[in-house]
Structure formats: C-alpha cells, structure tokens
Design a protein around this ligand. Sequence first.
Ligand code: FAD
Ligand code: NAG
Ligand code: NAG
Ligand code: NAG
Ligand code: NAG
Ligand code: NAG
Length: 341
Amino acid sequence: MVKAKIAIVGAGLIGLSTAVCVSESISNCSVTVIADRFTPNTTSDVAAGMLIPHVYPDTPVHQQKQWFRETFDHLSVICNSSEAPEAGIHLVSGWQIFKMIPDEKIPFWSDVVLGFRSMTPEEMKKFPQHQFGQAFTTLKCDCPTYLLWLEKRLKEQGGQVQARKIENFWELHKDYDIVVNCSGIGSNKLVSDQGMYPIRGQVLKVHAPWISHFIRDGDGLTYIYPGIHNVTLGGTRQKDDWNLSPDPSDSKSIFERCCALEPSLQRAQDIKVRVGLRPFRSAMRLQKEIMARGSEKLLVVHNYGHGGGGFSVHQGTAKEATQMVQECITMLETTGYKAKL
Ligand SMILES: Cc1cc2nc3c(=O)[nH]c(=O)nc-3n(C[C@H](O)[C@H](O)[C@H](O)COP(=O)(O)OP(=O)(O)OC[C@H]3O[C@@H](n4cnc5c(N)ncnc54)[C@H](O)[C@@H]3O)c2cc1C
Ligand SMILES: *[C@@H]1O[C@H](CO)[C@@H](O)[C@H](O)[C@H]1NC(C)=O
Ligand SMILES: *[C@@H]1O[C@H](CO)[C@@H](O)[C@H](O)[C@H]1NC(C)=O
Ligand SMILES: *[C@@H]1O[C@H](CO)[C@@H](O)[C@H](O)[C@H]1NC(C)=O
Ligand SMILES: *[C@@H]1O[C@H](CO)[C@@H](O)[C@H](O)[C@H]1NC(C)=O
Ligand SMILES: *[C@@H]1O[C@H](CO)[C@@H](O)[C@H](O)[C@H]1NC(C)=O
C-alpha cells in the first residue's frame, strides 16, 4: 500500500488542528508538522482563544458561519467530556458592550453561541459610557494547553513533528507528496504574499481568579477574557506593525481601559505582557495549488490568513483543508504519483 507523505508547515493553531484532522480522517497517509516555532512561542499562544467570530470582508458570510458552527460544535463535544481540562476548553459567559448602538444588533453568529440576548437596563448600569450590550455564553480555548493537547493527539495518530525553518517550499519536494501551508504571518523570506500583513496585538496575562465573566467592548480594542489559569486583558490593533517587543505605553493604556470597565482589576497580580502578529488578509486563503518548476510539480494546500479570529473558525477550515488534501491524494493515485514528477 502506498502511503501519501504529507508535510504541514506551521505548528500554531491552524497547522496542528489541520494535522490532527488529516491524520484522523485520512487513513493511509503519514503526517509531519514542520515549524520553526512551537508552543508556547507561536502567535496562537498569545491569543485569548475566545470563540467570537471576527468578520472576513471578502469571504461569504454563510461560509464564515458554517466554519464557526463546525468549530463550536466540535469544541462543545470536547467541553462536555472528561478531556475538557486537559484540552483547555471551557464555557464562559459575559457581555459585549457598545458605546454606540451597532448597525447589526443581532450578529450572524447569534444562534450559534448559547443564550444570546440583549442586555437589560439593570445590567447596563455597570457601564454608564455604553448604550447597548449583548449577553451570551461561548467557548474559550486556553493556550498553550490546547496546542499541547492537539500535539499529543497528533502523536497518538503516528504524526511526527520537526523543528526546522523552511526557506523555500521546493525543499520539501523530494521527501513529501503534498505540502500544506499553515505558516500564519509566515516569514518575510518565504515566497511572499503581498496581500498578507500583520495586525499587531499586545495583551496582558494577569492573575485575577475572581474574574469569571468576560467583558468585550464592541470596538474590539478593549477586552477582559477569563481563562482557566489567567485573565487576558487587551488589547491593541496596530496594522503593518511587525514589532514583537512589548510597548510599555500600550500596557499602560490596556490596563487603564480594562480597569475602567472592571475596577477590581486594580488588584490583579503577576502581570505578564505578550505580543502577537495576527495574520491578516482580505480573504482567508483556503486553496489547492499545483506549483511548477520546469517539469517538476508540487501539490500545495494553503490554509492561512485567519487574522484576528483563528480560534473561532479553526475546525471548519481544518476540515476544508483536509478535503483538499484528500482530493490531492486522489489525483496522485490516478496519475500513479506521476503528478509529482
Ligand atoms: C493578541 C491576540 C489575541 C487574539 N485573540 C483571539 C481570540 O480571542 N479568538 C480568536 O479566534 N482569535 C484570536 N486571535 C487570532 C489568532 O491568534 C490567530 O488567528 C491564530 O493564532 C492564527 O494561527 P496560525 O496557526 O495561522 O498562526 P501561528 O500561530 O503564527 O503559527 C504559524 C506557524 O507557522 C510557522 N512558520 C511560519 N513560517 C515558517 C517557515 N518559514 N518555516 C517553518 N515554520 C514556519 C511558525 O513557526 C508557527 O509554528 C488573537 C490574536 C492575537 C495576536
Ligand atoms: C488507501 O487505501 C485504500 C483502501 O484501503 C486504497 O484503495 C488506496 O489505494 C490507498 N491509497 C494510497 C495512497 O495508498
Ligand atoms: C521558546 O522560546 C524560548 C526563548 O527563545 C526557548 O528557550 C524555548 O526553547 C522555546 N520553546 C520551544 C518549545 O521551542
Ligand atoms: C453531554 O454529555 C452527556 C453525557 O455524556 C450527554 O448525555 C449529552 O447529550 C451531552 N450534551 C451535549 C450538548 O453534547
Ligand atoms: C505560504 O503562506 C505564506 C503566508 O504565511 C505566504 O506568504 C506564502 O506565499 C505561502 N507559500 C507559498 C509557496 O505559496
Ligand atoms: C498563567 O497561569 C499559570 C498558572 O497559574 C502560570 O503558570 C502561568 O505562568 C501564567 N501565564 C502567564 C502568561 O502569565
């Protein structure tokens, strides 16, 4: 039996969830995850991991909703099992508040999260600067716990991981049949995609175990997300800023904005600063490509550009990428692996 050899470039949320999905749904293949950064050093480790969709302007809304629903349903099953703490998945309830009444009072994802409703005037009293609010229960992935659990599941399926920086995808041509590109913001040197740019996010991870309710300002800039071990306080959105060093003035602004919404955070302890680069693109890239160099060909499946909402859609996009990998395998089988030559 021929085993299709698959290399997945990237060990963040997208690479690992795709690798697990491929190895669990395609029986005769071998999966190797190749990356230069692993947990706890990826962008995915910086994220709060909340399941609240970010909107991709050039991707149809029904598609985004389907990815969100698949992800929510998938994680709900894990959350409702004894695996939940090891996977780092938990339910969290809270409020999204708006200074100005939004155009869309009911977002497209309102019937996927649980118990979505408008906040009552009594609830709004905590936020005199805000005019409107939404209350709901959603899921949250605690990172790095979730990434470590995905890595464990991958290894149980016989998957391998390799620490290595890829300068050019053709390096993988000799040893692999299919390459899956989950490189996030990637490297400046990797064949550049001009449509790809970072939106820098700085957050504080603090110890404040009395906080169990999330608060998010609808502008997406200020948020308080309680996790299993820490509370994530955010944030910033700095377009085209590649600076991975913490900025003290950003930290001060984040802390002040969060304390204005939740004064008890003044007592937060053990404050750590983290920075990540959200991999932005006007539309996510989920696509098959046959790269050619002279007469040689390389089958590539792209799965990147998840921007500020990777956690919210990752299982949906992993399933779609897996379907594309399956199509590539079928193509290799019908050509007797000659497509690769
Ligand atoms: C502050 C902040 C808060 C966020 N909060 C949320 C949230 O609450 N909810 C939500 O849904 N989303 C959130 N996000 C967005 C989310 O983090 C991203 O969408 C997601 O992490 C992207 O995952 P990724 O796997 O594509 O990228 P990454 O995690 O960056 O992984 C990329 C991988 O590719 C590897 N790689 C890249 N180039 C190469 C190369 N040349 N050779 C070898 N390996 C390579 C890297 O080493 C790494 O392993 C947040 C982001 C930030 C920054
Ligand atoms: C995978 O397995 C199926 C059935 O077990 C077989 O028909 C197919 O040829 C195999 N594919 C490869 C790539 O070996
Ligand atoms: C993460 O980065 C730190 C600092 O560069 C390094 O010491 C550590 O080995 C890295 N961890 C992994 C798992 O790569
Ligand atoms: C949660 O788990 C219980 C016990 O296994 C099961 O009966 C129930 O249907 C599950 N509910 C959901 C929503 O998955
Ligand atoms: C892989 O993805 C990166 C984004 O991370 C992109 O810049 C690059 O062009 C892609 N590689 C190839 C070979 O298309
Ligand atoms: C989060 O909490 C855990 C457990 O209390 C701690 O070990 C870890 O350092 C904290 N992480 C950050 C980024 O502060």
